[in-house]
Design a binder for this molecule. Structure first.
Ligand code: FAD
Length: 510
């Protein structure tokens, strides 16, 4: 039997959890899906934007607009700067008891990050995201389905058994959901569906994100016919620990905010050559500067040096980073550590308005999967947790405002057709390597026409192959992700090909 609920939320990071809390509090029947244990939100290190000494909404807006390189949507910026800081106070601190760090005098401790005019970032050591998520999840009283991966959105025109629904306006009525524990595919009908599936950086070889950040929400929305925008603007984080074959591990911008310096392979500072703000220049500039230094010297990394601080200070301010590096033989207090840039954040996504509405009726998108235009061509550090919070709230408020008048019904829909061919995991792994290598080498920090054309050709061919074996194969979480990953990679590549103008984090040399 299909499950029928009021609101289906796909994803349980800061955006999904905030929306779930806000809607359930008003008595709505909410189902939340989470594909895996990890989320970008729980991995966030540095912090969340609040309000600093001498700060104002106008000053924060100006910093966001400067980082966005002329492409920010002014209405989205205004919404974030007006609603964001009060929501941090009301919702995160007062209502959910998030324990941000405080100074000895009991006042909230604020740190500075790149391209911010004043110190205005709240943090919980270097595990801000984990502190926020554990507070939100503790208070969440809804049906949370873990290890449950949405496969496709159910729309009237694609899945209804009533032939004339083909002519209905594009409308979402829920999703097909794969249960990794049972192998079954369930239908979840919902009067409103909210995509909160996070980012896409895992389609690149070097990424700071967890494995599920492969653009599932973008791929599902695209297949359902939603407008997708700005996908070429992928932000690369300048500093991840380079310790192959380990996964890239983020070394927070807050390290540079606290005085860490970038050094070239010969241990010489170089950021003064690239920007007046030196090590605290916007992320795309720092990432390309490191990349440029690496190409020029032939080195496979640069260095990050925070040895000016004591071991005790670093261990206290950045305990998780300090421990992670130490366990891999790098003592941050003793020597500079090797760093490389890695894909980090998607400024583009499913096009939405100020309440998360997409171009499909009854489908909203919030958080990193969405594109409200807030970040324009580049994101200001530590604004994305805040964006998830704000859009979750405005989307929930908008749903609640019209709830009583709604008379939704669910159509009869096609059952999911199961296939049974056993998946060859070697194929999946090899295809992922191809996607990630192609994206890193041809659609990465520096893009040119020939590389982008080559990437598009390769990804199209691969997508045909994957679609063919997807149709015959028994479903697995990995296979769902691979199908979404190749489509997302192709959409990023096509965006990068169409857009010949270098701006923000999209950089074309031809
Ligand atoms: C290492 C790291 C450090 C960061 N540091 C900061 C920082 O200091 N400050 C800041 O503002 N931002 C930071 N960011 C960015 C920020 O964390 C993210 O942009 C933000 O958390 C995104 O939140 P979200 O709710 O949109 O998505 P996420 O938190 O990524 O949650 C997505 C959820 O969707 C689920 N999901 C995905 N696909 C499916 C599917 N098909 N079916 C069901 N569930 C699915 C996932 O399992 C997960 O639960 C950082 C990111 C990383 C990776």
């Amino acid at each position: 039997m299909p499950r029928q609920c009021d609101v289906l939320i796909i994803g349980c990071g800061i955006a999904g959890a905030t929306a779930a809390l806000s809607l359930a509090e008003k008595g709505l029947d909410v189902v939340v899906l989470s594909a895996g244990e990890a989320s970008n939100s729980a991995w966030a290190q540095g912090g969340i934007v609040y309000s600093g000494e001498g700060d104002s909404p106008e000053l924060l807006a100006q910093d966001i607009l400067d980082a966005g390189a002329g492409l920010c949507n002014p209405a989205a910026v205004e919404q974030l700067v007006c609603l964001g800081p009060p929501l941090v106070q009301e919702f995160l601190i007062k209502k959910n008891g998030v324990a941000f760090d405080r100074n000895e005098d009991g006042k909230l401790s604020l740190t500075e990050e790149a391209a911010h005019s004043v110190p205005r970032i709240l943090h919980h050591k270097d595990k801000t995201g984990a502190a926020i998520m554990s507070a939100l999840l503790k208070n969440l009283r809804v049906e949370l389905r873990t290890h449950s991966t949405a496969i496709d959105l159910i729309t009237l025109s694609h899945h209804s058994k009533r032939p004339v629904d083909l002519y209905a306006p594009s409308t979402c009525v829920g999703a097909y959901v794969f249960n990794a524990n049972t192998g079954a595919v369930d239908i979840v009908f919902a009067k409103e569906t909210i995509l909160a599936t996070g980012g896409l950086s895992e389609v690149f070889l070097h990424s700071t994100n967890p494995r599920q950040a492969r653009g599932d929400g973008i791929a599902m929305a695209y297949r359902a016919g939603a407008r997708i925008m700005n996908l070429e603007y992928v932000q690369f984080h300048p500093t991840t620990l380079h310790a192959p074959p380990e996964r890239s591990f983020l070394l927070s911008e807050a390290l540079r905010g606290e005085g860490a310096r970038l050094l070239d392979i010969n241990l010489k500072p170089f950021m003064q050559k690239y920007h007046e703000k030196k090590d605290l220049a916007p992320r795309d500039i720092v990432s390309r500067a490191i990349f440029g230094e690496m190409v020029e010297s032939g080195a496979d990394h640069a260095w990050l040096d925070i040895t000016a601080k004591s071991r005790e200070w670093i261990g206290n301010r950045f305990p998780a980073i300090f421990r992670h590096c130490l366990e891999r033989g790098f003592d941050l207090s003793a020597k500079p550590v090797p760093v490389v840039p890695a894909a980090h954040y998607s400024c583009g996504g499913v096009a939405v308005d100020l309440t998360g509405k997409t171009t499909i009726l009854r489908l909203r998108a919030i958080g990193e999967v969405a594109c409200s235009g807030l970040h324009g061509a580049n994101r200001l550090a530590s604004t994305s947790l805040l964006e998830g919070l704000v859009w979750a709230k405005t989307a929930s408020d908008d749903i609640l405002a019209t709830w009583k008048k709604r008379k939704d019904s669910f159509p009869p829909v096609e059952e999911w057709q199961m296939s049974h061919e056993v998946v060859d995991r070697a194929l999946i792994q090899q295809d992922w390597m191809t996607i990630q290598q192609t994206m890193w080498n041809y659609v990465g920090l520096v893009r040119d026409l020939n590389r982008l054309r080559r990437a598009q050709k390769m990804l199209r061919e691969l997508q045909c192959e994957i679609d063919q074996f997807y149709e015959r194969a028994a479903l697995t979480e990995e296979l769902i992700g691979l199908r979404n990953g190749v489509l997302t990679a192709l959409l990023i590549t096509q965006g990068a090909l169409r857009n010949k103008t270098s701006r923000g984090c999209h950089f074309r040399i031809s």
